[in-house]
Design a protein around this ligand. Structure first.
Ligand SMILES: Cc1cc2nc3c(=O)[nH]c(=O)nc-3n(C[C@H](O)[C@H](O)[C@H](O)COP(=O)(O)O)c2cc1C
Length: 319
C-alpha cells in the first residue's frame, strides 16, 4: 500500500510539502498543484518555484500540468524533463468554472478526442511517464468511460480518479460504484482520491477495493497532518516519532509558520495559514463564532497567537 499527497491548489505547495515531510515520512510522493502549459517561447520554467528541484529535496514530486493544446503540452513536458522530471501528471479534473469554461481541467472531459490528442502526442513525442488525474466527468459519468476506453491504448503511468462529477464540485458523496467500474475497466494502475478523512473511512474503502494499492490523501491531511501515519499504524508497526500527536501537530504548525515567514510575505503567509485553518477548524470543532473570530484577523502575528492558543487548549477529534 502506498499513500500519496493530493494536489491542493494554493495549499500543498513546496513549503507545506517540505514541512510535512520533516514531521512525518509516511507520505513519500505528491502530485503538485497544477501549472499552466505554455508554448515554448513563453515558458519560464525557472520561475516555477514550486517544482524547482532545489525546493523539493524531501518528498518526491510529480509536477502537474493543466491545459489542452497538444503542442504546448509537449513543449511544457520537455521543459520539465530538462529540470530532471520523468513523470508528469495531467489535470483533467479541476471543476472551477474559470478553468472548465476554457475547456481545461474537467472542462475537457466531454471532449474525449481532445484528451486523446494530448495523450497521443505526448506519448509519441516524449519519453515522459504521463499520468492523468480525472473525475467521473464534467456533467455525466459516461464521459470517463469514453476517455478510459481511449487512453487504454496508450502507455500511461497511472490514472488518479476522484469519483465525483465536475458539476458536483466537492458536494455530495463520491460514487464508489462508478469508481469500481472504471478501475476494473482501466488497463493502467489506479490511484484512488476522495474523502479519506479518517482511518475508518480508509479501512472501509481498502476492504471494498482490495486491488487498489495507491491512495491519495488531500483534505484529510489538512485536517490531520498525521492521518497517513495513523492509517499505516493500523496495519503495520509504527516506525515514526512516538510523541503524542497533539505535540507533533504543535511542532508541525510552528515549523510551517517559520517556513512561510521565510518564503512568503506577511499577506501570503496569512492567506496560506487561513486556507489550512478551513480544515483544522473541523479537527478542532470550532463553532461558527470561533471561526468568524479567527478568519476576521488580518494581522499575521495576531492570527498565529490565536491559532496557537487553539492548538494548545482545544481537543482535536483525531487524537
Ligand atoms: C482547495 C482544493 C484545491 C485543489 N487543487 C487541485 C489541483 O491543483 N490539482 C488537482 O488535480 N486536484 C486538485 N484538487 C482535488 C484534490 O486533489 C482531490 O482530488 C480532492 O480534493 C478529493 O480528495 P480529498 O477528499 O482527499 O481532498 C483540489 C481540491 C481542493 C479542495
Amino acid at each position: 500500500m502506498r499513500l500519496w499527497l493530493a494536489p491542493l491548489h494554493g495549499i500543498t505547495l513546496y513549503h507545506f510539502r517540505n514541512c510535512l515531510y520533516r514531521h512525518t515520512k509516511t507520505i513519500k510522493t505528491a502530485i503538485t498543484p497544477f501549472l499552466p502549459i505554455q508554448e515554448v517561447t513563453k515558458l519560464r520554467v525557472k520561475r516555477w518555484t514550486d517544482v524547482l528541484p532545489e525546493n523539493n529535496q524531501g518528498m518526491k514530486i510529480i509536477p502537474q500540468l493543466i491545459g489542452n493544446n497538444p503542442t504546448h503540452f509537449v513543449d511544457t513536458v520537455r521543459a520539465l524533463m530538462d529540470l530532471g522530471y520523468e513523470q508528469i501528471n495531467w489535470n483533467i479534473g479541476c471543476p472551477a468554472a474559470q478553468i472548465t469554461r476554457k475547456k481545461r481541467g474537467c472542462g475537457l472531459m466531454p471532449y474525449p478526442q481532445m484528451v486523446e490528442d494530448v495523450v497521443r502526442l505526448t506519448t509519441q513525442q516524449t519519453s515522459c511517464h504521463l499520468s492523468l488525474k480525472m473525475r467521473l466527468g464534467l456533467y455525466d459519468a459516461s464521459e470517463s468511460l469514453d476517455i478510459i476506453h481511449r487512453i487504454n491504448n496508450y502507455p500511461l503511468d497511472f490514472l488518479v480518479i476522484h469519483p465525483r462529477l465536475g458539476i458536483q464540485q466537492y458536494e455530495g458523496v463520491p460514487d464508489w460504484e462508478a469508481f469500481e467500474e472504471r478501475s476494473q475497466m482501466s488497463l493502467h494502475p489506479i490511484v484512488y482520491s476522495g474523502d479519506i478523512n479518517s482511518v475508518e473511512i480508509f479501512q472501509q474503502l481498502s476492504s471494498r477495493f482490495p486491488k487498489i494499492q495507491d491512495w491519495m490523501l488531500g483534505r484529510g491531511i489538512l485536517q490531520n497532518p498525521f492521518l497517513a501515519e495513523q492509517i499505516v499504524a493500523m496495519s503495520e508497526k509504527p516506525t515514526e516519532d512516538a510523541s503524542p500527536y497533539s505535540q507533533r501537530l504543535i511542532n508541525f504548525y510552528g515549523d510551517l509558520i517559520e517556513t512561510l515567514r521565510e518564503h512568503r510575505n506577511e499577506k501570503g503567509a496569512l492567506a496560506n495559514l487561513k486556507e489550512l485553518w478551513h480544515y483544522l477548524s473541523v479537527a478542532f470543532q470550532l463553532d461558527e463564532e470561533e471561526q468568524k473570530r479567527i478568519f476576521r484577523i488580518n494581522e499575521l502575528n495576531h492570527f498565529i497567537q490565536e491559532t496557537a492558543h487553539i492548538l494548545n487548549t482545544k481537543n482535536n477529534i483525531y487524537y
